[in-house]
Ligand binder design. Structure first.
Ligand code: SF4
Length: 346
């Protein structure tokens, strides 16, 4: 088992924020796009009554809305203004890229964005600079850019791409353009980098590597590439146990993308049925992102109104140490949720 693996701090925070919105607001609670790129997470929230919509205009009037972890275009809050409450659960590291995009564009740089066309994160990010950005997916795209080589460029990236992808493209950009600005810290986030490091370590030790994560998850796709380029003889991406192929090997490595929940990983491990399990810790990861501010305000108000159960208050006070899986399970098990208490009091 790779460590780190599975949910990152940004996903933990977004999933917990949505669980709290379910607890605090009458249905429908609505999420614009998948809260994170994982079908099991979406299905679990659908069972709690959450509706997922493609556009803020599709949110029913008066609903509570969560904007997903992978970041939204700048006008989304305005387009969802008819909602009762709008909480932006964008990961702080995605928001950092949005700020860089706006600042470099305002400084007059031509933006070169390394990312995947059509991916939710890339679409949300590029909307912050309108048509001013050039998207590149491979080094040959850099050669084809219709720009003078003396044009000042800013090189930015989707947070979840493969490190090798970034390195090859960045090298080509620096070779071609005489003035290239890059952020002091790479846009590829710690969680993506750490899981790829762990995936490569597994690939060195195991004949077969199983990458658990959704087909729509960019960092899961990057994990597959990393394990392959590190030399694993066989790499299989699976969304869950239903996709699991029959594998026969002495050592099977398992690593999961940043949006894969622990319950899905555990089910895959049980299905593989190893004789023993060893954890391969590649990097220590202790990052923590607090709940989205809009959710914290709602929780504090509900606690002050006396409608939150002791178990939920304890989970809120110890948020850093309570996993998203555990909080969602607590909401699932609650016979009466805070919003129902509130309705009773009125
Ligand atoms: Fe944030 Fe990185 Fe996780 Fe995306 S993968 S939510 S950028 S920490």
């Amino acid at each position: 088992m790779a460590d780190p693996s599975g949910f990152c701090a940004g996903v933990e925070s977004a999933v917990k924020s949505l669980a709290w919105l379910v607890a605090l607001n009458p249905p429908p609670v609505v999420c614009v796009h998948a809260v994170v790129h994982n079908e099991d997470v979406v299905t679990r929230f659908e069972a709690l009554g959450v509706e997922f919509v493609a556009r803020p205009e599709d949110v029913p009037t008066g609903a509570a809305v969560l904007l997903s972890a992978h970041g939204s275009p700048p006008d989304v809050t305005q387009r969802a203004a008819h909602a009762h409450v709008v909480v932006d659960a964008a990961c702080p590291l995605v928001s950092k890229v949005h700020r860089e995009l706006r600042a470099r564009s305002e400084a007059g740089d031509t933006i070169i964005y390394v990312g995947h066309r059509g991916h939710d994160e890339a679409e949300g990010a590029l909307a912050h600079v309108g048509t001013a950005a050039h998207v590149v997916e491979r080094p040959s795209d850099v050669d084809a850019l219709p720009l003078g080589d003396d044009r000042p460029v800013a090189l930015l990236a989707q947070t979840t791409i493969a490190m090798s992808e970034w390195a090859d493209i960045a090298e080509r950009v620096r070779e071609r353009f005489s003035s290239t600005w890059t952020p002091p810290r790479d846009d590829i986030c710690f969680a993506t980098t750490n899981r790829q490091t762990a995936g490569r370590a597994l690939a060195h030790e195991c004949e077969v590597v199983i990458v658990v994560g959704s087909a729509t998850s960019s960092n899961t796709a990057a994990l597959v590439d990393s394990a392959r380029s590190a030399g694993a003889a066989e790499v299989h991406r699976v969304s869950g146990v239903d996709d699991l192929p029959v594998v026969t090997a002495d050592r099977i490595g398992i690593v999961a993308g940043a949006s894969t929940p622990a319950v899905t990983i555990d089910a895959v491990v049980r299905a593989v049925g190893p004789a023993s399990i060893r954890t391969l810790r590649a990097v220590d990861e202790s990052e923590y992102f607090p709940l989205a501010p809009g959710v914290r305000r709602q929780i504090e108000a509900a606690i002050a109104a006396g409608v939150v159960s002791p178990a939920l208050i304890a989970a809120y006070r110890d948020d850093r140490h309570v996993s998203a899986d555990a909080l969602v399970a607590l909401v699932e098990r609650s016979s009466v949720l805070p919003y129902q208490h509130l309705a009773g009091l009125r």
